[in-house]
Structures are given as structure tokens and as C-alpha cells.
Design a protein around this ligand. Structure first.
Ligand SMILES: [Zn+2]
Length: 628
């Protein structure tokens, strides 16, 4: 096959340069070109090649064209204006790339990419521009260094993956999906998709809010399948109930690709490393170690929204924005030349938030839809965002006026940033509101990752970050560095801390410190799963038990005010879920509910089947569905 591709590409080359070799790297075609400077003298050489080959094309200079790194580094430094804020230049031999980390990638790229072109023309090294977070981030630094260090392993794994993708195989005649987790429940989301040729896992999460092993992990072992027979894993977004089991697959010997968007990769690393820490702290033996998270990172293939990618000879994957958290995506799979098309939504928000654009509704084709139903129940109509924000700021003002403190338990990723934007906006518009907002746990790291990917955020937030006025850097925010008791004994303040359901982490420590005083307020802004401490307090329990530092149960009396501000959720409420399905173009013929409590999934299914005249139902874990 390589030979055919070689011939096809050769005729597409501009004159003056020549093709040294073609390599297949995962789903991409990599062409190595001798006299790379001549290649880039053509108008749009890469675009023309990609449209004619219908593949993502990566262009690299032949090894003989590469300057020594020291020499190349000087040229790169000279070519980039100082306003670009270059902080680090590193070379990746295995991929002939120069990694340039800069505060202002737009300036580094230059008008129409002219500086990038000059870099590769003059040095041979292909520039890869990485945005430096405006809040320093150990995680981002760690991920970049680890990817660079693992580049030889990555290169090998990509070649192996390409072999699988570029084989020719008989067309499949059937498609089947199996519910492995997160069906008629929230947590441990996972679905297996199989054809006569291919085996794909979509999401592979854990239920982090329970200690009962039988409901913590997805039913992957029931497939009776050696993990190395799985062709690809696809991840919708970085919440642990979708990604937390992926490193375990690597621990078990999986060595294939994991597809996700670039922000999801960074957030996944953040949350999985933390998951290990949380397991250790609570006295459990972690099911995997840091090395398995790093392995998962090294096997990640990132794709932006809208990029069509062959993940097997017969399955094309495209991510579409899901509006749920940074980088969250719906998965569209086009199987066997259109034999079947399905969408797996992951978690979606069909409605405006401060942070993200709403979930996409237009697809080339859809026959089957798997949709989340977190708030799919008959009574799950949430207040509008305006009402939610008004209530939040009103409760905060009332608490502060009594010299109390506000504790808001949040998911580090998603709700935290959404609430931060509301508070930043409120403080900017109300100059007499001088209240510190303390950020604890991973909220800061997660916010830093948001500043690396402004293009994944809503336009106005994107603009403020790009113009150097990131709302995440507002002076109202302060990171908790020292003693938490100092915060709770200090001036009236607001505290944002994970976990969002009070199932562990700093939010529980603050709860213990603040619960006794009726002037303080606990505000829930996100979904509280069944059996979590959050749900118990929310439904009215005023004496609750939690695990103390020494592993013994401690009882907490809740004298503080307890409020719920619904409407901040990153999930669609019932109206939004229904509106999403009504707006979906084209209309699917089969709809399956998932990611919701049993009654909510069933309720939404019966409503939607009547409303849209389609087959709609709520499968259970371990159910298999023949899609074709
Ligand atoms: Zn989620």
C-alpha cells in the first residue's frame, strides 16, 4: 500500500523538491521531503495534498535537511518577534519537530503562517506551537515533558496502529453495541462497539463516588476479550466517570490508541493522577499507578472538533462540541461506508453557559443516538442561568452580610470555572463587593489548563484570554496555600473546593470547619449522586457521618445554612435534552438513554418515543443491542 501512496504523492509535489519516503503514523500520512524549502515555495502544498489523498498529511523534512539543534534554535529565535513571548524551544528528533512554547502563539505563527513556513524552510524542523498557560501549571509542564521523553515509544505505537488502520478487510455485515457501564446509573460510563472486524471502546470510567467495588468499575472483563484485541478507545471527556478506568486498561496490557481532544488529554492526566492519590489517602490500594497514566498519555491521539479520522479500516470518528466541560465531545462514528452512523453524546449541555458553546446538533448522518439522561426525569426542569446566578449572588451577599463564609463544593473541572466566571463578573460590576474567593485543591490547575485552550472556550472568554485579561487571573481569586483553618477563621469569604459531592477532598475538611456556625452557608451548584454525603445533606440530613483523618467515622452536625443553586449544571436539564433531540439533524431512528438514574432514563425514553415517533428505550448494563 505504501508504494501506491508514494506514487500518488510524488505527482502532487511542487517542482524542485523530491519525496524521500512516506510513513504511516496512526491515522495520518507522513511525507518526508528532500529540499523542503522548495516545497514551501508552492501556494498551499499541504492542503492540496490532503484534499487529494483524503487524509491528514504531515509534512517533514528529510533527515539530511535538518540543521543541528543549536544552529536551528538560533534561527528560530531570530525569526520570532519578542512579543511572541517564547519561553522554551525543544527538539523532538523522532518526529523532526521543534516544540516552541510561547505566551502568544498567534504572533509566533505569523500572518498566514509565514513565520512557521520560514522556520521549516530554514531549519528543516517542523514547528509545533504550544501555548503557555497564563497561570503556571505543573500538569501541563509534566505532560509536555513526558510526551517528549516518550517520543520513541510513541513513534513505534503509531506505526503499529497505522498497520491496523491501513489493512484491507472484508466489509462487515453487522454492528453491535454492549452496555458496559453507566446505563440506568450515573458513573463508570463505558460502551463497547463491535463489528465483524473491529472492536472499539467508547469511554471507560469509574464511579468515584462509591467504595463498593461491584459498582465502581465497568464490566470490561465480561467481554472475555484479551485487551490487546481492542482496536481503539475513544474518550468523550475527562471526568473520572468517563476516563478513570483507561489507565487500568494499560495496566492490563492494552497498547493501542486512545482518541480524545487535546484539552481532554491534559484534564484526564490531572484527574487520573489525582484519583490515585485519593485512593491512597483513603487507605485503598490504587488499581493502577502513575506509570499507567503516563502510558495512557503516550498512547493518546488527539483530534479537534470536526476532524474526520479513520480509526479502523471501516470506522471513521469525528468529535463534535458537547458544551459540557473544556474539550468535551460527542462521538460520531461512521461505520463501513455509511452502513450505519451513530452518536454517543457523553455528557452534553444544550444551552448557554459562560464558558462554552452549546452542544452541536447538525451531523452528516445519524441512525442511532446514545444520549445522557442525568436530568432526564419528569421533574428535572432547572432554573435558567440568569435565575441561577441571581440566586447564587443573593445567597452569597446574605451570608457575607452576617459575616459568614460560603462553601461551594465543586467538580475541579467544569463547575469550578463556571462559578469563577460568575463571581469574577459580579465583582467587576459591583465594586463594593470585596470578598476573597479561595480556590483549593485542583481547581487552580484545572483553570490553568483552560488558559492553554482558549479556542475551545466561548468567543468572549477566548477574546479576554487572548488579549491578556484572563478572568481566571482576577485578583479576587486566591489560592489556599497554607492552613485551611486560617481561611475558615479569617474574614468572610467564598471557598471553592472539590469534591463536588462532598465524597472526599478539601470540601469535606471545610465542611467540618464551617458546619457548626449558622451564619455560614453551604451552596450546592452541581449534581449530587445517590448515597453521597452531598445528597444526604441536600435532602435534609442534619447529622451526618464522614470518614475522619484516622479512618474512623466522625459525626458532623450541620448547623450552617444549606442552599442548592440549580441551573449551573454542565448537564442539560429535561427541557434541554428534549430540545437537543428535536433539533438534531438528521433525526435518528433509534435513541438509547444512558448516564441517568433508572427512573429518569425510562421516563425520558417514553416521552421521547411518543414525541418523535422513534424507538427509544433505556438499556441496562450488560445489555447488547444489534444496531445493524
Ligand atoms: Zn461529565
Amino acid at each position: 500500500m505504501n508504494n501506491d501512496i508514494h506514487k500518488k504523492i510524488e505527482v502532487l509535489l511542487p517542482s524542485g523538491c523530491s519525496l524521500e519516503k512516506v510513513e504511516l503514523e496512526g491515522p495520518d500520512l507522513v511525507v518526508y521531503i528532500d529540499k523542503i524549502d522548495k516545497f514551501y515555495e508552492a501556494e498551499n502544498p499541504v492542503r492540496d495534498m490532503a484534499s487529494s489523498m483524503k487524509k491528514k498529511i504531515i509534512v517533514r523534512a528529510a533527515a539530511s535537511n535538518l540543521l543541528q539543534p543549536d544552529e536551528a534554535k538560533k534561527i528560530v529565535e531570530n525569526l520570532i518577534p519578542t512579543e511572541g513571548g517564547v519561553q522554551e524551544i525543544r527538539f523532538c528528533d523522532d518526529f523532526h519537530e521543534v516544540w516552541i512554547e510561547a505566551l502568544k502563539p498567534g504572533i509566533v505563527i505569523g500572518k498566514g503562517g509565514n513565520i512557521l513556513k520560514e522556520i521549516i524552510k530554514q531549519t528543516g524542523w517542523a514547528p509545533k506551537i504550544l501555548r503557555v498557560p497564563t497561570i503556571s501549571s505543573e500538569v501541563v509542564k509534566g505532560i509536555r515533558s513526558s510526551l517528549l521523553k516518550e517520543s520513541a515509544t510513541r513513534k513505534k505505537f503509531l506505526a503499529k496502529t497505522a498497520k491496523r488502520i491501513f489493512t484491507t478487510q472484508q466489509k462487515t455485515t453487522w454492528i453491535k453495541s454492549t452496555a458496559l457501564g453507566g446505563f440506568q446509573e450515573v458513573g463508570r460510563s463505558s460502551m463497547f462497539l463491535q463489528t465483524s472486524n473491529d472492536k472499539i471502546l467508547v469511554d471507560c470510567g469509574v464511579n468515584p463516588d462509591t467504595t463498593e467495588p461491584s459498582v465502581t468499575y465497568p464490566y470490561v472483563s465480561t467481554l472475555n476479550l484479551p485487551v490487546d484485541e481492542i482496536d481503539a478507545v475513544i474518550l468523550t471527556h475527562a471526568h473520572l466517570d468517563h476516563c478513570g478506568f483507561i489507565p487500568y486498561l494499560f495496566e492490563m496490557g492494552y497498547e493501542g490508541p486512545v482518541y480524545m481532544t487535546p484539552p481532554t488529554r491534559d484534564l484526564m492526566a490531572l484527574l487520573c493522577f489525582d484519583y490515585i492519590k485519593v485512593m491512597k489517602r483513603s487507605g485503598d490500594t490504587p488499581i493502577y499507578g502513575d506509570k499507567d497514566v503516563r502510558k495512557a498519555l503516550a498512547h493518546t491521539i488527539t483530534r479537534d472538533y470536526g476532524e474526520v479520522t479513520d480509526i479502523t479500516p471501516e470506522i471513521k470518528l469525528t468529535f463534535h462540541g458537547a458544551g459540557h466541560i473544556l474539550g468535551s465531545a460527542m462521538v460520531h462514528l461512521h461505520v463501513s461506508d455509511g452502513l450505519h452512523n451513530l452518536i454517543y453524546t457523553g455528557d452534553i449541555k444544550f444551552g448557554g453557559t459562560r464558558l462554552l458553546n452549546s452542544a452541536a446538533t447538525v451531523f452528516p448522518r445519524v441512525e442511532t443516538l446514545f444520549i445522557e439522561s442525568t436530568y432526564g426525569g419528569r421533574d428535572d426542569v432547572l432554573p435558567t442561568r440568569v435565575e441561577a446566578e441571581q440566586k447564587l449572588t443573593r445567597v452569597i451577599q446574605e451570608t457575607i452580610s452576617k459575616k459568614g463564609k460560603v462553601l461551594i463544593p465543586v467538580f475541579s473541572v467544569g463547575r469550578a470555572q463556571e462559578v469563577m466566571l460568575v463571581l469574577e463578573d459580579y465583582a467587576r460590576k459591583n465594586k463594593d463587593f470585596n470578598v476573597k474567593v479561595y480556590l483549593d485543591g485542583m481547581v487552580r490547575e484545572a483553570s490553568a489548563i483552560h488558559t492553554v485552550y482558549p479556542e475551545y472556550l466561548r468567543d468572549n472568554i477566548q477574546r479576554t484570554i487572548l488579549s491578556g485579561h484572563s478572568p481566571f487571573e482576577s485578583p479576587i481569586f486566591e489560592l489556599v496555600k497554607g492552613d485551611r483553618q486560617e481561611v475558615t477563621e479569617g474574614e468572610p469569604c467564598i471557598i471553592l473546593a472539590p469534591s463536588g459531592m462532598l465524597s472526599g477532598g478539601p470540601s469535606v475538611t471545610y465542611l467540618k470547619l464551617l458546619a457548626d456556625n449558622p451564619n455560614n452557608t453551604l451552596i450546592f451548584v452541581g449534581y449530587q449522586a445517590v448515597n453521597t454525603l452531598g445528597r444526604k445533606i441536600q435532602r435534609g440530613d442534619r447529622e451526618v457521618a464522614t470518614m475522619g483523618e484516622d479512618g474512623r467515622l466522625e459525626s458532623i452536625k450541620i448547623n450552617m445554612r444549606v442552599e442548592t443553586c440549580e441551573g449551573f449544571s454542565g448537564h442539560s436539564d429535561r427541557r434541554q435534552l428534549i430540545a437537543f433531540m428535536r433539533n438534531l439533524k438528521p433525526k435518528p431512528t433509534h435513541i438509547y438513554m444512558m448516564h441517568g438514574e433508572e427512573s429518569k432514563c425510562n421516563d425520558l425514553a417514553s416521552t421521547i418515543s411518543k414525541m418523535l415517533h422513534v424507538e427509544a428505550r433505556a438499556p441496562m448494563n450488560l445489555d447488547g443491542i444489534r444496531l445493524k
